[in-house]
Structure formats: C-alpha cells, structure tokens
Design a protein around this ligand. Structure first.
Ligand SMILES: Nc1ncnc2c1ncn2[C@@H]1O[C@H](COP(=O)(O)OP(=O)(O)OP(=O)(O)O)[C@@H](O)[C@H]1O
Ligand SMILES: [Mg+2]
Length: 347
C-alpha cells in the first residue's frame, strides 16, 4: 500500500488554516487504498512526525506528541508527498523543489508554476501574454519610495483611477494589502506593502462579484463548478476568509448568466495551462458588477481544503466527492512524476 505523506502547518501566516485543511484531508483519505503518514512543520520550521489522532491537529496539540525528524528522512517515511500548506514555504515552489531534489512524487503544481502563481506581478505578466483579461496595474519598487514617493504617486494617479488595491507582489492571505481611495491612503498603503516585499503591485479596483473555480489534471485539465463568495466586509481579507462567523457566504453554483459562467470555466483552463499548473489549483475571478466583464485575479496552487472550502465544494457539485478528489490528485502527481522520469531515462 502506498504511504501518502500529508504535510501540514509550516512557516507561514497561514499555519492554522493549513492545520484545518490537513485534518479534513487526513479524515477523507481512503485507508483501504493508502496509508497516511502525518508530517507537521512547526511555525519555526521544525519538521515532525505525528502518529496520534488527527483530531489533535487543528488545535496545535499534535506538536507535543510528535517526534523531530529531518527532511533527509522523508523518502524513508512516505512514497508520495501531499503538501497541504498555504502561503510562503509551501505554496511558492520551495517545498516542491525539495521534493524534486529528494526524487519524491508529490501532489499539485511543480516548482515553476507554484512560484509563478505566488508572485502577483509575474502571474499578471503571464496572464497578459496569454491574452487573459486581468485588471490594469502598475509595478513599483520599495527602494524607490524613499527618494521618489511624490513622483510615484503622481505617476500612479495619472494611469489608474481610484479606488485602487495596493499589494506586496509575493505574499498571500491578503497580508499587506490595502484598498485606497486617495493620495494619502495610497502613500500609507505603499509603505505598508513595502514591509513585505520589494516589488509592489497597484491594481485598478474592480467593483465586482468574486467568483472562483477549481481545476484538476495535468495535460488535459478538468474544470469544476463555479462558486461565488459574498463577503460582508469591505474586501475579502484574512479575517473574512478564515473566520467562520465573519459573514462570508459561498454559493455553488454561482448565479451567473450561462455565458459568463462558461466563460469563467474556459478562462480557468487557459490560465491553468498558461502558468504550467499540474495536479490541482483554484482560479479566482472578478465579475464587474456594472459591465459583466470577467477578470482573472489569481491562481492559488494549494487552495483551502477543509470540508467547507470552496475547492472541494465546487468539485462536489460536479459529483466528485472529497475522497475521490484527493485520490485523483494523487494519481495526477504520480502521472507527472512517471512522465518526467521516463523522459529523463530517454535522454
Ligand atoms: N483589483 C481588485 N479589484 C477589486 N477587489 C480586489 C482587487 N484586488 C483585490 N481585491 C480584493 O482583495 C482580496 C484579496 O486580494 P488578493 O486575492 O489579490 O490577495 P491574496 O492575499 O493573494 O489572497 P489569497 O489569500 O486568496 O491568496 C480579493 O479577494 C478581493 O476581495
Ligand atoms: Mg485571493
């Protein structure tokens, strides 16, 4: 029986979300087909093997009952890696690089697509190059803020209308992101974003509905139902995303005109291909409330994976349950691994 290593926790602001997602994944895995190996990473980056009950994962109690391991032990502990980690050091290509070095098959996107989708500026450039609709933006370097702040603000204002969104290029979970309505707010938002990354992206704000869909597969990706998120707060920030009572509601399938609904699904497939994704990903879109135009916002290469998260719910709508979804993702990981190995043998 294959031993699937579920990796959770991690050195990111989304550590707790990862614990919730991992507990759901571990519960859903078919134990007749796979053996589950639970591998946690503490917030400080220590790897641990956990053999207790999965119910102790979400609250963090697993940590005391787990033993320290080193990454060199991974190939002897499991046959396949399933990183259920969100944000930096999990979703950004770094851990994927480690699996490549250790010659371990793994679930989800590879090094390039993980890194690409995590970096908002780079992803925008690929979307544009592929002819995919995305909001207008401007790139600013934090180093220039000290010397040219006034000029930079004038340049941004000349190109984009308020409201704008200011974001560190490489973060996730809405950390360091602001919605700004005037020059003073823009200045503060640039300084805030500069605390997180040297590249800062300023986007035209779209007055929008937020919809998403899921994609799975390698060369022939399949697309899930489309879902809509309604956040009662000003924008779908970290609190709205991960607090149950923050008033976030999801609707699957999203109530959209048929043409728009199908357009989103086909754009999702194109974006997945353009960014060289594999395994699975969630693609997020904006639908302009006034014009009905669709814009791609971002690709999340390891989306939230709790029972109530958009990604599994959108697949469930297509008749693919949580257990089957995980199984198929594992199969795609193996498919990709063997295809790559075969090419290397030929060479
Ligand atoms: N250009 C925009 N127009 C309108 N709303 C936006 C825009 N950019 C961001 N938002 C709002 O801010 C939220 C967070 O932005 P974004 O998804 O880019 O950040 P993130 O940190 O990468 O999120 P995630 O946690 O999904 O990785 C969006 O879900 C949306 O509500
Ligand atoms: Mg987002």
């Amino acid at each position: 029986m294959k031993r699937i290593g579920i990796i959770f926790g991690g050195r990111s602001g989304e550590h707790e979300v990862s614990l919730l997602s991992a507990a759901s994944v571990i519960e859903a895995i078919d134990r007749h087909k796979f053996e589950v190996v639970m591998i946690g990473i503490t917030k400080s980056g220590q790897w641990k093997l956990y053999e207790g009950d999965s119910s102790a994962i979400p609250c963090g109690a697993w940590e005391c009952a787990a033993e320290d391991i080193s990454v060199a032990q991974l190939p002897s502990l499991a046959d396949f890696m399933f990183p259920v980690l969100h944000g930096p050091y999990g979703e950004d290509g770094t851990i994927q690089g480690l699996f490549e070095m250790l010659d371990l098959p793994y679930a989800g996107c590879g090094v390039l697509s993980s890194a690409l989708c995590m970096d908002k500026v780079s992803a925008k450039k690929i979307f544009e190059e592929a002819g995919l609709p995305t909001s207008r933006y401007k790139l600013v370097y934090s180093e220039d803020l000290d010397t040219r702040m006034d000029e930079i603000i004038a340049e941004i204002e000349a190109e984009l209308p308020y409201a704008m969104f200011v974001k560190p290029s490489n973060m996730g979970s809405s950390v360091g992101i602001s919605k700004v309505r005037n020059g003073e707010e823009l200045r503060e938002a640039l300084l805030l974003a500069a605390q997180y990354d040297r590249r800062i992206i300023i986007e035209e704000g779209i007055h929008c509905r937020e919809v998403e869909t899921g994609v799975i597969g390698n060369h022939r990706p399949e697309v899930a139902a489309v879902g809509e998120i309604c956040a009662k707060l000003d924008f779908y920030d970290y609190t709205a995303k991960y607090t149950e009572d923050a008033g976030t509601e999801i609707t699957v399938p999203a109530r959209l005109p048929k043409l728009t609904y199908e357009k989103i699904r086909s754009l999702a497939k194109e974006a997945y291909r353009a960014c060289d994704c594999s395994g699975f990903a969630r693609i997020d879109f904006f639908v302009d409330k006034n014009t009905g135009e669709v814009y791609i916002n971002e690709i999340n290469t390891i989306p939230g994976f709790t029972k109530y998260s958009m990604f599994p719910v959108m697949w469930n709508e297509m008749g693919v349950g949580f257990t089957e979804l995980i199984e198929r993702i594992v199969e795609f990981g193996y498919e990709r691994y063997y295809a790559k190995n075969n090419r290397q043998t030929v060479r």
